[in-house]
Design a protein around this ligand. Sequence first.
Ligand SMILES: Cc1cc2nc3c(=O)[nH]c(=O)nc-3n(C[C@H](O)[C@H](O)[C@H](O)COP(=O)(O)O)c2cc1C
Length: 212
Amino acid sequence: MQRSSATDSPHAAAPSGAGAEEPFTLFSQWFGEAEAAELNDPNAMALATTDADGLPDVRMVLLKGFDSRGFVFYTNTRSAKGTELADAMRAAGVLHWKSLRRQVRFRGPVEPATDAEADAYFASRARDSRIGAWASLQSRPLADRSELEAAVARASARFGSGEVPRPPHWAGYRIVPVSLEFWTERPFRLHDRLVFTRERPDGPWGRGHLYP
Ligand SMILES: Cc1cc2nc3c(=O)[nH]c(=O)nc-3n(C[C@H](O)[C@H](O)[C@H](O)COP(=O)(O)O)c2cc1C
C-alpha cells in the first residue's frame, strides 16, 4: 500500500491532475494520504452484500490490497458474507477517511483472489490470528465464549510449534469495480463527487461529476 503526504486542509482538495483521469491511480494517491493522516485503520472498509432474499447486509473488513484489477479483502468463506458472496458474486465497498473528509465507494462483480495472494497474506498474519482462523466458525451461533476458547486450544494443539497453513475456508475476494466515486467534502454541503463508470470490468472508463 502506497504512502504520500497528508493534506493540511480539513477540506482536502478536490481531485485534479493526471491521477484524476484514472481511478486506480487516484485511489492510490488518496490511500497514501489516508495512511499518513488517519489515526488508525485507513484501510477499514464497509463491505455491502445482499442475501438470497435481496436484503442488504453490511460490515467492516480491512482492505488488504488494490491495483488495477480491483480491491481485495480476506475472510471466512463460510461466514454470512462468504455465503452471500458465493450466491451473488457482487458487492460494494466504501471507505471514509474522517480526517481528510473524503470517501471512496465502489461496486461491481467479485472474483476470488488467487491462492497465492491469500497464502501470502495469511502467512503475514500473527500466529495467533492464524490459529484463530482455524478455530472460528465465523457467523455461526456461539453458545458460550468457552466453546471458542476450547476451539482455539484444539487448533493450537493441532499445529503445535509447526506451520499454521491457510484454512481451506479462509480466502480472499476481489471487487472488480464497474463504478467508483471519489467524494470530497466542500463548504455548505456543496461537495465534490467525481465518478468513474464502465459498462464491463474490462471496458473503458467514463468520467463525470454528480450533484452533491
Ligand atoms: C475495522 C474492522 C475490520 C474488520 N476486518 C475484517 C476482515 O478483514 N475480515 C473479516 O472477516 N472480518 C473483519 N471484521 C469483522 C467483520 O466486521 C464481521 O464482524 C465478520 O467478518 C462477520 O461478518 P459476517 O457475519 O457478515 O460474515 C472487521 C471488523 C472491523 C470493525
